[in-house]
Every structure is written in C-alpha cells, then in structure tokens.
Design a protein around this ligand. Sequence first.
Ligand code: NAP
Length: 307
Amino acid sequence: MSENVLILGTGCAGLTAAIYAARANLSPLVLEGGQPGGQLTTTSEVENFPGFAHGVDGNELIGAMRAQAERFGARFEYDRIESVELAGAVKRLKGAERTYEAKAVILATGASPRLLGIPGEQEYYGGKGVTTCATCDGAFYRGQEVAVVGGGDSACEEALFLTRFASKVTLVHRRDSFRASDIMVRRVKEHPKVELALNCSPLEVVGGPDGKVAGLKVADKAAGERVIPCKGVFIAIGHVPNTQVFAGQLPVDANGYLVAGANTVSTPIPGVFVAGDCADHVYRQAITAAGMGCRAAIEAERWLAGH
Ligand code: NAP
C-alpha cells in the first residue's frame, strides 16, 4: 500500500510535520531513525521554545509533540532508511525492516553535531557539562568558566554568545589561524571575557568530584599538556547533516545540507519536501525546525490535493 505521506525523522521538524499532516487527515507514517526525538532529547532543559515561561525538558517537549501527532492519527515505526528512489510518482524507500512506498515524502532527518571523540566527552555529555549548543545551555553557566572548541564561525559565535553568561570563555582551537570570518575573529579577540587557547588540541574532558566537568585537557604546542579549568565544554566543530542516503538524488550544498528552492521547503523532485536541520545550517533551532515542518506538511497536503 502506498502511503499518502511518509515522514523521515522524529525531531521537532518531523513531529510538527506529523501533527499538521495528521490533522489534515493524511494519516502520515513517521519513521524514527537512529536518534528518536532528535537533538532536543540530548539537552536537559529547553528555555527558548515559545509557550514555556519556565522552560521545558527536551524529552518532555518531544514526547508531547509525539502524543499530539498520535492523537490525530499519525503512525510511528522504527526503521533506518538505507536507500531511496524518489523520482517517480510513487517514492520507494528501502529500510532495514521493510520497503515503504509513498506519494509524498517529508525529509526531516536532522543533523548530528560533530564530536571530538576524546575520553570523557560521552561520559559528561548533556547535563554534566559537555554540550554542543550554547543557545540551549549557555544560561546554565552563569558566572562560571567555560571552554568552546573550534575555530570556525560557529565556535566564534558560541564563544561570543556565552560571554553573556560565563565569567570567562576560553576558545580552544587546534591551529593558530581561524577558519571563521575576519569580523568574527576580531570580535572574539577584542572581547575582554574571551581568552584564546591556540595551537591547542583537545585530549580529554576531565571530571571533578561532583561528577561534572572540571576542565579540558589539551595538547598545547607551546606549553605541552595542560588542563584548562572550566565547568562547561561547548563543542562547535561543525555539524554533519544526516543526508548521506539521499546523495545523488537531491541537491546538497558543499557541506551536505539538502537545498530547497529559494524560500521554500520544496525540492526539485515533485512530492519531496524538506524540514529542519537536514536542510538548515543557518538557524538550527527547535522552533525554526518546527516551523519548517509545518510548512513542509502544508506543501505536501497541497501537492497531494493537486495530484
Ligand atoms: P567549520 O567552518 O567547518 O569549522 C569547524 C572548526 O572546527 C574548524 O576550525 C576546525 O579546525 C575545527 N575542528 C573540526 N574538527 C575538529 C576536531 N576533531 N578537533 C578540533 N577541532 C576541529 O564549521 P562551522 O563553524 O560550524 O561553520 C559551518 C558553516 O556555517 C561555515 O560555512 C560557516 O561560515 C557557517 N556559519 C556562519 C555563521 C555566521 O555567519 N554567523 C555562523 C555559524 C556558521 P580547522 O580549522 O583546523 O579545520
């Protein structure tokens, strides 16, 4: 049986698309992939999602979105899509469990933060001090020292954002020249709260007696191994969009993000729509992903009505 709408992904984008498609009586099938619930499930508290004056737990928010979609008839299955044929009137997606057919597809597969792969990183990830999102977690480090890892625009942006809360921000970069734009580098260098730790490669996230992050051990080309004391380690070394499976069928930019038409969520393939972080390297917020999910579902509904 061919589905009306198949939605890939259960982060904010996929679940919002599911709510809208289900309320439009399309009975969407939603596939959960490798990280059910998406990136929000990796952060403890979400303080910037509208409607929650006192913040909301990331898992709770995702759980509520899912329940809302189910209430209107969205169906959920767990599967990992391994190959796709999107071009035809019926889209075929082959998963590890079975093959799916759909008239319209919404791709909301998200992006995964690139991680360092050093000892302690996984152990202290989340509420214990290692994070990949200053916008989400920066406010938890009010008056404390933090480290940001990376030398691109993201790292500079995160470092500058964190100066609003932290007493000191050490920007740790493995080289002495930046990948970031000159203006960002200048802002970082001029900020009194930011200290640069250049030519420093992260070696290990060091924990304290409270079971939380106490520092970041680095290999400093000048000083040898040393520990930068900090309560938070913000990793900003780029994101990897989860789009590999669509390679060759849909346009992607140089970094692998799906490219929709200007100011749309439509792709060059009729009936294929995108939403959230797999197609957005600029905003990458829960609320913007939700907004794109809404748009993708409305576009899919209109497209189905016309065909
Ligand atoms: P990026 O430009 O790819 O920079 C990643 C940084 O992380 C690089 O400095 C890289 O070091 C470092 N890095 C990567 N792997 C590492 C590892 N294993 N250990 C230590 N360091 C590592 O990524 P991004 O900063 O996320 O930016 C992505 C794109 O978005 C860029 O085009 C950027 O301009 C854009 N962006 C723009 C803005 C803005 O305009 N406001 C804000 C954010 C992002 P090396 O330099 O040594 O390779």
